[in-house]
Design a protein around this ligand. Structure first.
Ligand SMILES: NC(=O)c1ccc[n+]([C@@H]2O[C@H](COP(=O)([O-])OP(=O)(O)OC[C@H]3O[C@@H](n4cnc5c(N)ncnc54)[C@H](O)[C@@H]3O)[C@@H](O)[C@H]2O)c1
Length: 251
């Protein structure tokens, strides 16, 4: 029987309590990875960890706000204490509800600051804190950007464009540690949050701009995550892969 390349690998996933983070975690755990789920929502985090343990997965839940450097560093230290190192870091936590998908002027500084603190500074904080413990292990960092980064019509889009830029910067900076850094830019993907929060008018507009006019599913981003965290993508770094059904794709 083939041994999974994820066996004994340690995956640290931010925003791992639900949505993409939970789906990424499950896909990696079924392939043998040990999980660290870092999330600000302790109740959902504990429920997810309990669910995963009953499935026989190894999981360490850590309550962590990625925009808080002290909490991030403590979470990385707790991971090292429990598992020794980190092989895969998925910077997935992000503020993306409809409340943030607005022009800068409408949001104002009080909402813009947390948006950039989480979506951009959070990615920087986790990556810098994890760099040394990922060094020399063929480590992989995967950032979650968004197709909103390409049109950049909102503050959210700008935060996710910054994630694309950061992906290139960190790919350069972390090459001496043998760490590849890539990103996925998902289009509209139907997670529970999207189902509950996104107005139907927005859903309809986005789908009209896709080449493939079906709903994006969590499975679609999970497959891209598996590719970019695996050996199969070993010559790929600094890239952002769009997983959007061809949303607003132009030459
Ligand atoms: N769902 C989509 O259609 C879509 C499309 C493009 C990009 N994205 C991006 O994918 C990522 C995940 O999206 P999702 O749909 O799974 O979201 P979600 O809202 O379902 O889950 C996000 C998780 O992140 C956690 N979180 C929020 N702020 C945090 C913080 N400061 N520190 C730690 N954890 C925090 C939440 O508690 C939650 O568990 C986000 O970065 C989002 O911007 C989503």
């Amino acid at each position: 029987m083939e041994t999974s390349e994820y066996k004994e690998k340690v995956a640290f996933i931010t925003g791992g309590a639900r949505g993409f983070g939970k789906a990424f975690a499950e896909a990696l755990a079924t392939r043998g990875a040990k999980l660290v789920l870092a999330d600000i929502d302790t109740a959902t985090l504990e429920a997810t960890a309990k669910e995963f343990r009953t499935q026989g997965y190894e999981v360490l839940p850590v309550t962590c706000d990625v925009s808080n450097q002290t909490q991030v560093e403590k979470s990385i230290a707790a991971t090292v204490k429990t598992y020794g190192a980190i092989d895969i870091l998925i910077n997935n936590a992000g503020l993306h509800s409809d409340a943030y998908n607005k022009p800068m002027g409408e949001l104002g500084m009080s909402k813009l600051k947390p948006l950039f603190d989480v979506n951009l500074m959070g990615v920087i904080a986790c990556s810098l804190a994890a760099k040394d413990v990922m060094s020399g292990r063929d480590g992989v960092i995967l950032n979650i950007s968004s197709s909103a980064a390409y049109g950049c019509q909102t503050a959210y889009g700008v935060s996710k464009l910054a994630v694309r830029g950061l992906t290139v910067t960190l790919a350069h900076e972390f090459k001496h540690q043998g760490i590849r850094v890539n990103a996925i830019a998902p289009g509209l993907i139907f997670t529970d949050t999207i189902r509950a929060e996104l107005p139907q008018s927005v859903v309809d507009t986005v789908k009209q701009q896709q080449i493939l006019e079906r709903d994006g599913e969590e499975r679609d981003v999970v497959e891209a995550m598996l590719y970019l965290t695996s050996e199969k993508s070993r010559f790929i770094t600094g890239e952002t892969l769009r997983v959007s059904g061809g949303f607003t794709l132009q030459v």
